[in-house]
Design a binder for this molecule. Structure first.
Ligand code: FE
Length: 364
């Protein structure tokens, strides 16, 4: 799904989004997502930062199975502000989003309601959900190195710590250090090594950059393909998106130029850094029980398989396997550091990025 299609989808929800910005009184009078159902339990209103190509098949299966209709507003930016502004008149029941940073921001804003569910506790490992039941991880992605097949030897880059090794001078490409994915990675370094050591590491990584941070994760793999650098830092699922991209077949060449490298895999090492996509039920949800049912359903085998097949993510439910393509990248060990511990160090991580002027590139 490209941006144009997403924009088209979003346009049809324009009026709904506009409702969010209205005064509480007006919002209450006008209503919300759709005409209120006769039986409130048969419908839920969902905010999704996740894209239609992924959410649509999930929602279709859920509705077929349960008869519960799901109204969705797709969001890009600013939804947290809208949820906060709407307060008690919030028309949404639940939020689906990516990155621990966004989940934690919702928690910190006090808009999430605690959920106690035996199904969720059984399906989702403790380190992938909020200790108070405010949010639940649904899928996992690893932040990996995509290294040049030609210019990086097997084992040459083995750990995140290695990214600061002078042998990689001028060889690393990364998107902005302020992007949520990198902030989470740096936060995990702080959780494991402390602030001082992480700062020194980040200075080393900056010195090893091939160019000023720019572009998205796929742009880094492209730069490896073009010979601008030897190591790209990326989330796992982008590898699958490039490998299977029939619309933009040039991306298959980018994927072909790189080798998936999971870091910190040594016997006594901690494993590869992980992040999550997840969901939470909003305070004041008018269809709370149905919203919980939906999130529970998202952790079950059928939904977890859709996530795995459609978006190349790793199921958060350990009983469900990754897709064949994803498995072809190899088995690996995950860092089981609690998402909460990553979230707590995000502020410090973001500060370090500024302090070392990471985004100004290697020479500043
Ligand atoms: Fe992403």
């Amino acid at each position: 799904m490209d941006q144009g299609e997403i924009n088209k989808m979003n346009r049809s929800f324009k009026t709904i989004i506009r409702t969010m910005a209205m005064s509480a009184v007006a919002a209450a009078a006008i209503g919300s997502f759709a005409p209120m159902p006769a039986n409130a339990a048969e419908e839920i209103n969902l905010y999704s930062y996740r894209q239609p190509f992924l959410i649509d098949p999930l929602v279709k299966s859920f509705t077929e199975e349960t008869g519960i209709k799901v109204n969705i507003v797709f969001a890009k930016k600013g939804m947290l502000e809208k949820i906060k502004a709407a307060g008690a008149n919030n028309p949404a029941d639940a939020v689906l989003t990516v990155d621990i940073g966004r989940l934690y921001a919702l928690k910190q804003a006090g808009v999430l309601a605690s959920v106690k569910s035996d199904v969720l506790n059984a399906n989702i490992p403790a380190h992938l959900r909020d200790p108070d039941g405010l949010w639940f991880g649904l899928t996992q992605r690893s932040r990996i190195a995509l290294v040049s097949k030609e210019r990086v030897k097997e084992g040459e880059l083995a750990t995140y710590e290695d990214l600061a090794d002078p042998k990689f001078r001028g060889r690393i490409c990364m998107r902005s250090g302020k992007h949520a994915y990198n902030v989470a990675l740096i936060a995990s370094m702080i959780a494991h090594h402390g602030k001082e050591k992480t700062k020194a590491w980040l200075e080393g990584v900056k010195a090893n950059q091939a160019r000023k941070p720019q572009g998205n994760d796929r742009a880094q793999a492209k730069a490896v393909f073009e010979g601008q650098c030897d190591v790209a830092i990326s989330n796992t699922y982008y590898m699958g998106k490039m490998q299977t991209n029939d619309e933009k077949p040039e991306q298959k060449k980018w994927a072909d130029a790189v080798r998936v490298t999971f870091l910190n895999q040594g016997n006594s090492d901690r494993g590869a850094h992980m992040n999550v996509s997840g969901a939470g039920v909003l305070k004041g949800a008018k269809h709370r029980e149905a919203a919980i049912k939906f999130i529970e359903w998202l952790t079950k085998e059928e939904a977890q398989k859709i996530y795995a097949e459609v978006n190349f993510e790793y199921p958060a439910n350990p009983k469900v396997e990754a897709s064949a393509l994803v498995k072809s990248w190899g088995d690996f060990k995950s860092d089981t550091l609690g998402m909460e511990d990553i979230a707590k160090n995000r502020g410090a991580a973001s500060k370090l990025v500024d302090e070392v002027k990471f985004d100004e590139g290697p020479t500043s």
